[in-house]
Design a protein around this ligand. Structure first.
Ligand SMILES: [Zn+2]
Length: 115
């Protein structure tokens, strides 16, 4: 998985194509994510103890992971990501466009250290 919670992504396909938002949740099994402000639906809720008024509740639904691209925090463009080992043996995600590091994927491991 190259997308994590709190990443900024841009939608590349579907009704919300072109929209950029923050990732609210990631479902690894279903390979889908929920993005803030994307695929908003109204859920109609019946009157209940918790919701005495009932009415319409606006919420986001999951979209396929394949329909988004990560927005690089360094160059600001939607990009593919790669993974690489660093000198200390830790693994990091990086931007394929500007090759800036985009956060650690795995802690340092001596096996992969180069020096
Ligand atoms: Zn970049």
């Amino acid at each position: 998985m190259h997308i994590k919670i709190d990443d900024t992504v841009t939608v590349t396909a579907g009704d919300d194509r072109g929209v950029t938002g923050r990732v609210l949740s990631v479902d690894r099994g279903a390979r889908s994510i929920v993005v803030e402000g994307v695929r908003k639906v109204y859920k109609h809720v019946r009157r209940s103890q918790k919701n005495p008024q009932g009415g319409r509740l606006s919420k986001e639904m999951p979209i396929p992971l394949s329909n988004v691209q990560l927005v690089c925090s360094s160059c600001g463009k939607p990009t593919r990501t790669g993974a690489r080992y660093q000198k200390d043996g830790s693994k990091e995600r990086f931007c394929r466009k500007c090759s800036a590091g985009l956060g650690q994927l795995a802690p340092a491991k001596a096996t992969y250290a180069t020096s």
